[in-house]
Design a protein around this ligand. Structure first.
Ligand code: HEC
Ligand SMILES: [Cu+2]
Length: 330
C-alpha cells in the first residue's frame, strides 16, 4: 500500500516535471547570448531555474496526490486525526533547501565577481546619456558616435555618465545593465562574442521621450572594425559637424530629416516645417522648444536641455546644417 502511494506520487511528480521542462526548454525565453558575460549570466539563470523546476515537480507531485487520495467524503463530518511532527522528515526538508540556497548564492557571487571584472587592456568607451539619446566616445581614436560600435572578442569598459536625469544602459543580448546617474561615473565591462547588430535600450523611465531613447550596438569583425576606425568621416572631429550632432543629440530619434536619413515621427517632419525658415527661428526652436509649440504637438516632449548639453560650436553647426538641408534633400 505504502509502496503504491510512493509510486503514484513519483509518477505525478514526473508528469509535473515533464510539463515544467517542456515550458522551460521549448520556449525561447532568452534573447541570443552575444557576450562572454551573457553566457555566465545564463548559466546562473538555468542553474536556478532547474533547481526550482525539480523542487516544483516534487511539491506538485505530493500536493496533487494528497488532494486526490485524502480528500474528505461529502458526508464525512469527523475532525481529522491528530498528527504529531516527523523529526526525520523535518530535518530533510530543512537541510536540502538550505544547501540549495547556499549553492545558488555561492554560484551567483562567483559569477558576479567574474562579470564585473575588467580584463587588463580593455578598450575604454565613454557613454553619455541625455534626454533622449546616447553618445559614445572612443578612447582608441578620436570619435563620437550615436551608436555603439564594438570589435568582436575584445573586452571594452564602458564609463557611463548622464547629463540630466537617471537613465540605464541595456543591450539584452549582452545581458549587462547599468544606470547612468548624473554626477557619478558608473562602469560596465562587455566582451562581445558575436558579430551582429543589437538593440541598445534606455531601461529607466527618464521622461516623455523615454520610449524613443534607443540606439544600436554594432559588433564588427576585427577587419571591419579596423576599416570602420579608418573610415572616420572628414571634418567630423569629435563629431561636432551638424549632421553628427543631429544624430548624437538624439534629434534623429524624434524628427524626420532626409539629409540625416532619419524617419522618426515623434516631433514634426523638419523637412516640412523648417523649409525656408531662418537661423534665428531654428536656434530658438532648439534652445527653447516650449516658446512656441508646433501645431498639433504637445509641449514638454522635446527636451529643453540642449542649451546646456550642446557646445556653442555644436549648436552653430547644427543650426547651419538644418538651415541648409531642411527640405532640400530628395
Ligand atoms: C523626444 C523627442 C524630441 C527630440 C529628442 C527632439 N525634438 Fe524637436 N520637437 C519635438 C516635438 C514633439 C516638437 C513639437 C513641439 C514643439 O514645438 O516644442 C519639436 C519641435 C522642434 C522644432 C520646431 C518645429 C516647428 O515647426 O516649430 C525644431 C526646429 C526641432 N524640434 C528641432 C530639434 C532638434 C535640432 C533636435 C536635436 C537637437 C530636436 N528637435 C530634438 C520632439 C523632439
Ligand atoms: Cu533614458
Amino acid at each position: 500500500m505504502r509502496r503504491r502511494a510512493v509510486i503514484q506520487m513519483v509518477l505525478i511528480g514526473l508528469v509535473a516535471g515533464a510539463i515544467t521542462f517542456a515550458f522551460a526548454y521549448f520556449i525561447p525565453w532568452l534573447p541570443d547570448a552575444a557576450s562572454t558575460q551573457a553566457n555566465d549570466v545564463d548559466r546562473v539563470f538555468w542553474f536556478v531555474a532547474i533547481i526550482c523546476a525539480v523542487v516544483f515537480a516534487m511539491v506538485a507531485g505530493v500536493a496533487i496526490y494528497e488532494g486526490w487520495k485524502f480528500r474528505a467524503a461529502p458526508d464525512d463530518m469527523d475532525d481529522g486525526s491528530p498528527i504529531h511532527g516527523h523529526t526525520g522528515l523535518e530535518i530533510v526538508w530543512t537541510a536540502i533547501p538550505t544547501i540549495l540556497v547556499i549553492a545558488m548564492s555561492v554560484f551567483s557571487a562567483v559569477v558576479l565577481a567574474e562579470i564585473t571584472d575588467t580584463p587588463a587592456g580593455s578598450k575604454r568607451i565613454e557613454v553619455t546619456a541625455q534626454q533622449f539619446a546616447w553618445s559614445f566616445k572612443y578612447s582608441d581614436h578620436d570619435r563620437t558616435t550615436g551608436e555603439l560600435v564594438l570589435e568582436v572578442n575584445k573586452p571594452v569598459e564602458l564609463l557611463i555618465e548622464s547629463k540630466d536625469v537617471i537613465h540605464s544602459f541595456w543591450v539584452p543580448e549582452f545581458r549587462m545593465k547599468q544606470d547612468a546617474v548624473p554626477g557619478i561615473t558608473t562602469t560596465l565591462t562587455i566582451t562581445p562574442t558575436k558579430v551582429g547588430t543589437y538593440d541598445l535600450i534606455c531601461t529607466e523611465l527618464c521622461g516623455l521621450g523615454h520610449s524613443v531613447m534607443r540606439s544600436q550596438a554594432r559588433v564588427l569583425s576585427s577587419a571591419d572594425y579596423a576599416k570602420w576606425v579608418q573610415s572616420k568621416p572628414a571634418g567630423a572631429a569629435g563629431g561636432t559637424d551638424g549632421k553628427s550632432v543631429f544624430a548624437s543629440a538624439g534629434c534623429a530619434s524624434c524628427h524626420t530629416l532626409k539629409a540625416a536619413g532619419s524617419t522618426a515621427e515623434v516631433g514634426p517632419d523638419l523637412d516640412k516645417v523648417l523649409a525656408g525658415k531662418d537661423e534665428d527661428f531654428i536656434r530658438q526652436s532648439i534652445l527653447d522648444p516650449n516658446a512656441e509649440i508646433a501645431k498639433g504637438y504637445q509641449p514638454n516632449v522635446m527636451p529643453s536641455t540642449f542649451s546646456d548639453s550642446l557646445s556653442k560650436e555644436q549648436l552653430d553647426n547644427l543650426v547651419t546644417f538644418l538651415r541648409d538641408s531642411a527640405g532640400t534633400a530628395r
